[in-house]
Design a protein around this ligand. Structure first.
Ligand code: FAD
Ligand code: NAD
Length: 465
């Protein structure tokens, strides 16, 4: 090991990279992590999960005050928006958490190499003028916004923006068009709708939220429409021009047909993200990416090049912070000679809208393709806590194997679906049957009882329906 400067060098300090670095150091490996951004934490902490949740949480309160949800509970208020202060608390949350990672690096003796890394060979990278060698290198460079041809993003002007620009808008746009009805479009579209914007979502597919269970996608569309979002499904954006402070979009039916135009004060481009490999010098080590620009790996996160591993958004799989984090722990454990496990079949996904939308495991459609299934559903309207809290929208769905009763997937729309889904993931991790969930005592009154009832509904015996 002494032939190298470090046992492990990690490129990128997002949730994949920083977690890998901390676990590697905890396991006694001499570790460095290269990060070009001014603060640690990657997309997630700086411009992703955390700032978006800061704006979602704050705008949820504003909306509840404005739309009568508070009045319904006897609290008469007329909210006044202080957008500067709302942004300040977002910036504060990001600052605190990114500094926290810096503290954890120091505590665990992880060296932060500031700058962008580029390979010289499989064990050597250059960061500015410094050359660093390591026995094992982990690529954790994450992802960035996928551009849409014909639509130029300029976050500074705040007219055509990506997710980073949409987090920082200086005023509430009168009319906002969101291109892409995926997770980012719906979360950030929700923020600005709640704060007063008219929001139109243009989605290429015939439903929102690709990858989620079809029932959930349909129910979500109903709820967003009820909240006042306009949805233009099966529609593609073919161009965008900006004149003064207005953008004009050209739209066409996805299947072809007559074009129409749409004017907006703000356009959010949220059509997906692509892996960051540019500038890494992968050609120097003879490492090619796949058709989607991702780095292929085996179950020990090894790339095709000996000594180089990869994790997080830059490799195949859902682009989620918790998936990157778990891979970060596992890759460090493999490097330290242990067995690192990530069960890629049980990665929960959550959309932090109101209500929240969450799922884990197979959709009903995918489960049916594999064999016979049983499905249990339970509406939140029949859950005592949700009903009492004036949160009637949504349902829970449990999908189980028809023969073994093993749970294959759980989907929910509920105010706290993101919290509820954890028990489903844990049950599936332990190979639970729907009967196991149905016979687990759940505290009353909680939203989670809807998961128990949906599990009981798999055999047709829910109590409160
Ligand atoms: P990243 O977090 O992208 O970090 C990679 C880091 O590598 C970056 O800091 C980058 O500067 C650095 N880097 C790149 N190239 C180099 C180089 N050559 N040298 C040095 N450093 C380099 N996921 C969730 O699970 N929940 C959410 O609520 C959620 N919300 C999101 C909201 C938004 C608006 C966005 C954009 C994303 C959100 N995500 C969410 C996705 C989540 O942010 C990513 O899945 C996660 O950050 C991926 O982690 P990563 O470590 O692979 O990469
Ligand atoms: P996405 O893949 O979730 O959604 C993009 C949407 O854009 C899709 O529905 C797609 O059909 C549509 N689309 C593509 N091209 C289009 C076009 N020309 N016109 C109209 N629609 C078009 O991507 P995203 O919302 O940009 O998010 C990127 C990634 O970030 C996701 O993989 C997600 O996992 C991650 N993320 C996660 C969270 C979370 O976990 N809560 C939040 C934000 C982002």
């Amino acid at each position: 090991m002494s032939d190298f400067d470090y046992d492990v060098l990690i490129i990128g300090a997002g949730p994949g990279g920083y977690v890998a670095a901390i676990r590697a150091a905890q396991l006694g490996l001499k570790t460095a992590c290269v990060e070009g951004r001014a603060t640690l934490g990657g997309t997630c902490l700086n411009v992703g999960c955390i700032p978006s949740k800061a704006m979602l949480h704050a705008s949820e309160y504003f909306d509840a005050a404005k739309n009568g949800a508070m009045a319904e509970m006897g609290i008469d208020v007329t909210p006044k928006l202080n957008l500067d202060k709302m942004h300040a608390q977002r910036i504060d949350a990001v600052g605190g958490l990114t500094k926290g990672i810096e503290f954890l690096f120091k505590k665990n003796k992880v060296d932060w190499k500031k700058g962008y890394a580029s390979f010289v060979d499989a064990h050597t990278v250059k960061v500015g003028d410094e050359t660093i060698t390591a026995k094992e290198v982990v690529i954790a460079t994450g992802s960035s916004v996928t551009p849409l041809p014909g639509v130029e993003i300029d976050n500074d002007k705040g007219i055509v923006v990506d997710s980073t620009g949409a987090l920082e808008l200086k005023s509430v746009p009168k009319k906002m068009v969101v291109i892409g009805g995926g997770v980012i479009g719906l979360e950030l579209g929700s923020v600005w709708r709640r704060l007063g914007a008219e929001v139109i979502v243009v989605e290429f597919l015939d439903q929102l939220l690709p990858g989620m269970d079809l029932d959930i996608r349909k129910e979500a569309a109903k709820i967003f429409k009820k909240q006042g979002m306009e949805l233009k499904l099966s529609t593609k954006v073919t161009g965008c021009t900006v004149k003064g402070k207005k953008a004009t979009l050209t739209l066409e039916p996805a299947a072809g047909g007559d074009a129409e135009t749409l004017e907006a004060d703000c356009v959010l481009v949220s059509i997906g993200r692509r892996p960051n490999t540019e500038g890494l010098g992968l050609d120097k080590i003879g490492l090619a990416t796949n058709q989607r620009g991702q780095i292929e790996i085996d179950h020990e996160f090894r790339t095709a090049v000996a000594g180089v591993r990869a994790i997080g958004d830059v490799v195949p799989g859902p682009m989620l912070a918790h998936k990157a984090e778990d891979e970060g722990i596992a890759v460090a454990e493999w490097i330290a000679g242990q067995t690192g496990i990530v069960n890629h079949d049980v990665i929960p996904g959550v959309v932090y809208t109101w209500p929240e939308i969450a799922g884990v495991g197979l959709t009903e459609e995918a489960a049916k393709e594999r064999g016979a299934i049983k499905v249990g559903k339970f509406p939140m309207m029949a859950n005592s806590r949700a009903k009492t809290n004036h949160e009637p929208d949504g349902f829970v769905k449990v999908i189980a194997d028809a023969e073994t009763d093993r749970v294959l997937g759980v989907w929910c729309i509920a105010s706290v679906a993101g919290t509820m889904i954890a028990q489903a993931a844990q049950a599936m991790e332990f190979g639970a049957t729907s009967e196991d969930i149905a016979y687990t005592c759940h505290a009353h009154p909680t939203h989670s009882e809807a998961i128990k009832e949906a599990a009981m509904a798999v055999t047709g015996k829910p109590i409160h329906m």
